[in-house]
Design a protein around this ligand. Structure first.
Ligand SMILES: [Zn+2]
Length: 135
């Protein structure tokens, strides 16, 4: 038949997913936190974003305090609950830039000194689709 099997493999994440494709190809081993681990970390952190206190589960993600690319692990102590907005901020505005809060100073200081981001969130609700930590 005229059906090409290779066609299906040529899928790609479109612009909506931003740099997801890049991150995926760069490191497909341990960047992703399992759903079970995600739930555990979020529960540990009180079910809310450590930075802004948002309690919207759909927007919560698990952040690697020390990036996997720098030797970080999926151990509990290296994971922290952030909403999608704060997560992006933790990575210097882009989850795939490789620049993280860790390089800018202590993560705990960062989440405490930063302004609440409820106002900012209104303009970034589109990022709710980017639940990459769910994979
Ligand atoms: Zn937040």
């Amino acid at each position: 038949m005229g059906c090409s099997p290779s066609y299906a493999r040529r899928f790609s994440y479109d612009d909506k997913k931003g740099g997801f494709q890049k991150e995926w190809s760069k490191s497909n081993q341990s960047e992703k936190v399992s759903p079970g681990s995600r739930t555990k970390i979020i529960n540990r952190d009180g079910g809310s974003c450590l930075r802004c206190g948002l309690e919207d589960d759909a927007a919560l993600e698990v952040h690697h305090v020390l990036p996997v690319s720098q030797g970080g692990t999926n151990d509990d102590q290296n994971l922290a609950t952030l909403c999608s907005h704060c997560h992006e901020a933790a990575h210097g505005g882009s989850k795939t830039s490789g620049k993280t809060v860790y390089e800018q100073g202590d993560f705990r200081d960062w989440i405490q000194e930063t302004d609440r981001c409820f106002e900012e969130r209104s303009e970034s609700l589109g990022s709710r689709q980017m639940k990459i930590s769910d994979y």
